[in-house]
Design a protein. Sequence first.
Length: 256
Amino acid sequence: MLFRSNVGTTLVYPTFNAASNDGFMAPNLSFASSPRQYRITPVNAGFENPTLGDGNFIYTTPSAPTLPGGWTNNAASSYRNAGILNPSTSMYASGNAPEGNNVLWAYSDSTGSTEDSIVAQIINLTLEANMIYTLTVNVGDRLDTPNNGYAVRLGYGSSLGSFTLLAQDNNSLALPNGGWVTSTVVYTNLTAIAQPLQIQLVGLKGPGSGNQVNFDNVQLLVTMIPEPSTIFLFVSGLATLYWAWRRRHSRGATGE
């Protein structure tokens, strides 16, 4: 939980023990550009674990649906799964990921699957009141496979099955073949919710086979909404400065 001072300017963070976090992932927390902001970096946010050679990958199965870092897939069969990949030049011209070496891939084949391929991380932090949550994720389209689109979802819930959606980017951006875009999801939360945050990265189901979409560099920025008293003091200060300037200016014009 995040604790806030009475004046809303100091953020104090608890410590997290990954070995005793009730099965949820303990993220990395860091200040952003202001004490009113902090950044949540999910575990394995760039999918660099495990180390893979160019073109190599790992994948989930119904009996082993969890990837390193606690990312979990709703894998039901070989027609709907996900994994981590080190892309080669046949996949992206540069052969590079937006961040680091690896990316996440999500696969849904309409031949045998009627559902989206969902990869989620449940984070050991609850939603705090009066905060703006900004989720950014790089989304890519491989040169050598088709895709049926993507979704980036922000919500809460202690499992994939109990997920409650707060905000999402549902395939709003055109993915350049062999390239990447940045998806941004913003949600303003006014009431505290005593449920763990959940991020979902989704390869949408659709016609055809071999459909895959890639994700990388998952980041969540939390910004405190200024309290009304803070806004009032700021506006009052500006008004005082303006009237002082106007009075000084008028005196100079009259020669006083």
